[in-house]
Design a protein around this ligand. Structure first.
Ligand code: MLT
Length: 406
């Protein structure tokens, strides 16, 4: 008799953002005349940069001629893209990462979800609370947790991220093997200094742990003192895997392109205590389960590293940062405490009531969608998250509607 993976039964019935989309659809059906403004899921709304469109057109034409047609590409990504990533995102910032340590993929959601496969089933996992739900849910699916009790899974080391610690958790007293970190943070919008990140790198070195560092929002950093990559921190090549995406900087949420960095110096242990490189393990996984991002999409991503491409990314991210500042200013003026919204497209608001009450209030009375903080974990209860990914006009309108009801 075929049996299911019972770990799936430990999960909430649906993924946070699917759940919210369902509620919004129901509201919209009941109120067809209200134009709902979505500041919930972090999905970009502005068109792809012109450099990408030009590169896509050219690449599609290449696919239309036998002599330049491309079939399967390298699973790890074309070298023309990996070289640009290594030069611009790492070497230019003093981070020693080479093209063959980069794996191009179709998204950081998938990579942060899949990476845990190369670690042992009994790895002790430390996860921030609140957190991007994918890190936690995929470890539940893999059987690294017990049941959920009072909003928390048994077996997980939770790293509380609260206003009192500026949303940078304290180092745990337990000894984790895998540590998830994300800065600029989703959902709190908090950033981390090189000094604070250095403490985590030292902690990982001391505990023979690996940090899984999600840097999907690095393009929103304007404060030059903040690290854009964990590899700007000494020692990180020995303990960190980094995830980056073209989704939020260049609007690729529907286009799909991202990359993961697995340095060749990264080691982990087998049961007998023998050391193994992680790079060949991830390479094996990538080649076995993934066939590469399409050629035109990789050409579009590579175009972002030209001078025009860099300017166009800057323009896009500045636009969303202007929205973020407006949301932060307006919500603060209404008497609410906020984090994020600077160097980040997310604003984390203490809603002074339960997260879902706040969500329902602004959806039902203002037709504005946010994300309830409790959906990101127990420490998110009482908070809500606004995303700055929408048009400036819609954000202005949303703030006006919220001002009227709060
Ligand atoms: C979010 O809203 O947290 C993100 O858009 C989710 C994602 O990138 O998958």
């Amino acid at each position: 008799m075929i049996k299911i993976n019972e770990n799936y039964l430990k999960l909430k019935a649906s993924y946070l953002f699917s759940d919210i989309a369902k509620r919004v659809r129901a509201f919209q059906e009941a109120n067809p005349d209200i134009q709902v403004i979505k500041l919930g899921i972090g999905d970009v709304t502005r068109a792809l940069p012109v450099v990408c469109i030009d590169a896509l057109h050219k690449a599609v034409d290449e696919m239309g001629t036998d002599s330049s047609f491309k079939g399967y590409g390298p699973e790890q990504g074309y070298l023309f893209l990996r070289e640009k990533i290594a030069d611009n995102d790492y070497q230019a910032r003093g981070a020693d990462i080479s093209p063959d340590e980069i794996f191009v993929s179709d998204g950081s959601k998938c990579d942060t979800a899949n990476i845990q496969e190369i670690f042992s089933a009994d790895a002790n996992v430390a996860i921030p609370d609140p957190v991007y739900p994918v890190y936690l849910d995929t470890n539940v699916m893999a059987g690294r947790t017990g049941e959920i009790k009072d909003g928390r899974y048994e077996g997980i080391i939770y790293l509380d991220s609260l206003p009192e610690n500026h949303f940078i958790p304290k180092l745990p007293t337990e000894k984790p093997d895998l540590i998830y970190l994300c800065y600029p943070n989703n959902p709190t919008g908090a950033t981390i200094s090189k000094g604070e990140l250095g403490k985590w790198v030292d902690f990982a070195v001391k505990n023979q742990a690996i940090i899984l560092f999600d840097a999907a929002y690095e393009a929103f950093i304007r404060d030059e003192s903040l690290p854009k990559s964990i590899y700007e921190i000494e020692g990180a090549r020995e303990v960190a895997i980094e995830f980056r995406s073209f989704s939020k900087n260049a609007g690729f949420t529907g286009t799909r392109c991202a990359y993961t960095v697995v340095p060749k110096t990264l080691m982990a242990y087998d049961k007998k205590g023998h050391r193994h490189e992680l790079h060949p393990l991830w390479n094996r996984r990538h080649c076995t389960k993934f066939n590469g991002v399409s050629y035109p999409i990789q050409k579009a991503a590579a175009a972002l590293y030209s001078n025009e491409g860099k300017d166009q990314i800057r323009e896009l991210t500045d636009y969303y940062l202007q929205n973020a500042r407006l949301i932060r200013r307006e919500i603060t003026a209404l008497g609410y405490n906020c984090a994020g919204g600077e160097d980040s497209p997310y604003i984390w608001v203490d809603g002074k009531r339960s997260s879902w009450e706040f969500f329902d209030l602004i959806l039902n009375k203002a037709g504005v969608v946010c994300t309830p903080g409790v959906g990101f974990g127990k420490c998110g209860e009482g908070f809500i998250r606004f995303s700055a990914f929408n048009s400036f006009e819609n954000v202005q309108e949303a703030m006006e509607r919220i001002r009227k009801i709060l």
